[in-house]
Design a binder for this molecule. Structure first.
Ligand SMILES: O=C(O)CCC(=O)C(=O)O
Length: 314
């Protein structure tokens, strides 16, 4: 079993209908799919790989040696304990956004990542338009919902991660199982070192590395907006004994002020009666709950923001 691999360039030709259907199926049945021929040049992707690895070596590797996961694992090993490290992940992370300070020592890092983010944001918007079309929503619906009706207030972040080789991978997770809080996630994963898995029909399956593909997945906000048509799926990263896995995940998320709710068209479509299983809430409130409950099921998060919305609107 492998997640769908879809040729995005076919959206512009005779196979448009088939490609739309494949993407719809990827969103409905899997919550994850991989795009090839997505329009991001190989040359840029190769540069992203290089500057990300250089950045880790130059600016991160030394600190990882004394990081919390390393300390906690060493403590357990010293005690000869059979416990697992279950409060932190075997991961080094740096988040890039429009508003934070970026690393400055790695030659080419800033320029390359700025160029990459601009391209990925365009790709995110295209993918969201495909979702609009597949869900029968007006063009630009998801973008508008995530921007709270205002031009360009949505959050576009890029998380540069490394999962260094781990001496005892059975005692710690690369990244604990979770669903993503936000909207649409576009992941450029390592093509040599695997580790990412999704939960499909009760089984963990690998997201197979494919050179220069972009993995797309739908977060909790797409599940709500689509009234459950598209699911936000559990995934995790395994710690591994060999190889330093690199991943660059970009996410198009709602603005903290945006009100998120199932699209009315989709609420009315299911049955004849109103069938709204998902809450309406302000995304910032969702994030407050998510920060505390990232590694727990999403349903109690939906309940918590539903209760908050009720309280503030009576
Ligand atoms: O690194 C990866 O492959 C996945 C990262 C991820 O799931 C996350 O950042 O939420």
């Amino acid at each position: 079993m492998a997640i769908p691999v879809i040729d995005f360039s076919k959206l512009n030709g005779e196979e448009r209908a088939k490609t739309l259907a494949l993407i719809h199926n990827g969103c409905e049945e899997w919550g994850f799919f991989q795009l090839v021929n997505h329009g991001i040049s190989e040359e840029l992707l190769e540069r992203v790989k290089k500057v990300s690895s250089d950045f880790y070596k130059l600016e991160r590797e030394e600190n990882f040696k004394t990081s919390t996961p390393v300390k906690l694992l060493n403590e357990l090993l010293e005690k000869k304990s059979c416990d697992k490290v279950d409060t932190v992940d075997w991961e080094d992370v740096f988040l890039l956004s429009d508003n934070n300070e970026w690393p400055s020592e790695t030659p080419g890092f800033r320029e390359t990542m700025a160029e990459y983010r601009a391209q990925l944001k365009k790709l995110a918007l295209k993918v969201m338009e495909v979702m609009d079309e597949n869900l029968g929503l007006p063009k630009g619906y998801i973008k508008k919902a995530f921007n709270g009706g205002e031009e360009d207030t949505a959050f576009f972040g890029t998380k540069v991660s490394h999962y260094p080789p781990c001496p005892r991978p059975e005692m710690v997770n690369g990244l604990r199982a979770h669903t993503d809080a936000g909207g649409v996630i576009l992941l450029f994963q390592d093509d040599q070192v695997k580790g990412l898995q999704i939960l499909k029909d009760g089984e963990w399956i690998d997201v197979q590395p494919i050179k220069n593909s972009i993995v797309i997945n739908t977060g909790d906000q797409i599940e709500v907006l689509s009234n459950g048509r598209y699911k936000s799926v559990w995934h995790r990263v395994l710690a591994l004994p060999d190889g330093n896995r690199r991943s660059v995940a970009s996410f198009y998320n709602p603005s903290y002020k945006a009100t998120i709710a199932p699209a009315q068209q989709l609420v009315e479509k299911s049955n004849k009666q109103v069938n709204q299983d998902y809450p309406k809430f302000v995304f910032g409130d969702y994030m407050s709950v998510y920060t505390e409950q990232k590694f727990l099921p999403k349903e109690p998060r939906f309940q918590a923001v539903k209760a908050k919305w009720k309280k503030t609107t009576v």
